[in-house]
Ligand binder design. Structure first.
Ligand SMILES: [Zn+2]
Length: 348
């Protein structure tokens, strides 16, 4: 009889395999291109390889805390442009410029698609850096948001060595809107991101009392723990714009629904950039589902395991509940529970 209990916050995961193997995580592949000075070939001020390795390491600490098994992978870091690649007529025409919005973005990617010197990749997220190390609070960029911007396979980034720009901008790349998404321009009226586990948010709010007053009619300190957690979840959300000078240490939260959205795109229109599939399983699911979208989970762990890649590398993600199954798993796969609660296998 098999009896397994999974709880992300404690055990994290169980690795089921007959032999030692790697691959308990799924990589999100990042290709970074640094656009160098057209005349000297120098990198933008303060931009070094260490900036990116530090940023990826910091971002992976955040990602590990979400317990879904994704990791950022810096697959390559390349300098492009400079005097040997056409000077101001080559990729370096963008040096020091902002090209993150259309029509310049469209022009940039038209060139990148037709000019191999841009090193545009179709199986890695393309990150172009044309400016120096970002001042505190200024890191970020403009990553495209599917499904509307699926055709763009990368964007411009203002880099520093912290976690936020990676988790935020790649959050966009895998389908996340801002927490204040529908906030009207030039207005402080709170906006909605469509997720029911994040409160309406406004970019005008600069402290938690303002969030608390709007939603609960009281200051933060007067709230109960559940209310405080809701305020913190949006105020410290990766996809928000609060506390920006400290965002590399404070703005690190993503909710279960936000993480589900990332998986839907990592399994779907962004799968070319991702190292494996996650299959959802739920006590309310159905084994005729693919399990590849969060609102159509499979019902049994065994069915999800059998749908996973025979060579390993996939993750089966169990929604909270009991899975009354006694079975043998015959392939390498990682089982995970979510932070939402316990998942139990084999209890009658
Ligand atoms: Zn953003």
């Amino acid at each position: 009889m098999t009896r397994l209990i999974l709880q992300s916050a404690l055990a994290g995961l169980l690795w089921l395999a007959a032999a030692a193997a790697s691959g308990q995580t799924i990589n999100l592949r990042m290709s970074v291109k640094v656009i160098v000075h057209p005349g000297t070939g120098a990198w933008p001020p303060g931009i070094t390889a260490q900036v990116f390795t530090n940023a990826v390491a910091a971002a992976n600490e955040w990602m590990a805390s979400y317990c879904r098994g994704y990791r950022y992978q810096l697959t390559e870091l390349q300098a492009i442009g400079g005097p040997s690649q056409g000077g101001t007529n080559g990729p370096s025409r963008w040096y020091g410029l902002e090209f993150r919005g259309d029509p310049l973005r469209r022009q940039f990617f038209n060139l990148a698609t037709n000019d191999t010197r841009y090193l545009l990749r179709f199986d890695q997220i393309n990150i172009y850096v044309a400016s120096g190390f970002a001042n505190p609070g200024d890191s970020g960029g403009a990553m495209p948001i599917p499904p509307g911007e699926t055709n763009y396979i990368g964007g411009q980034i203002y880099a520093d060595d912290g976690a936020w720009w990676i988790v935020h901008e790649l959050g966009h790349f895998f389908g996340l809107p801002h927490t204040f998404a529908t906030q009207p321009k030039d207005s402080c009226t709170p906006g909605d991101d469509g997720f029911t586990d994040t409160l309406l948010d406004s970019t005008c709010w600069s402290n938690q009392n303002q969030v608390a007053q709007f939603h609960f009619g009281a200051d933060y300190d007067a709230l109960n723990n559940n209310q405080k957690d809701q305020v913190d979840t949006v105020f410290f959300n990766v996809m928000s714009y609060h506390d920006y000078t400290n965002k590399n240490t404070t703005e690190n939260r993503l909710t279960e629904q936000q993480l589900d959205r990332i998986t839907d795109h990592a399994n779907g229109d962004r799968h070319a950039f991702v190292g494996g599939y996650t299959r959802f399983v739920s006590p309310s699911g159905n084994d005729s589902n693919s399990g590849l979208v969060n609102n159509a989970p499979k019902r049994t762990v065994l069915n999800a395991v059998n749908a996973s890649a025979s060579g390993g590398g996939d993750i089966v993600l169990l929604r909270p509940g009991n899975y009354n199954e006694r079975t043998n798993f015959n392939r390498r796969v990682t089982l995970r529970a979510t932070r939402a609660g316990w998942a139990t296998i084999g209890k009658p």
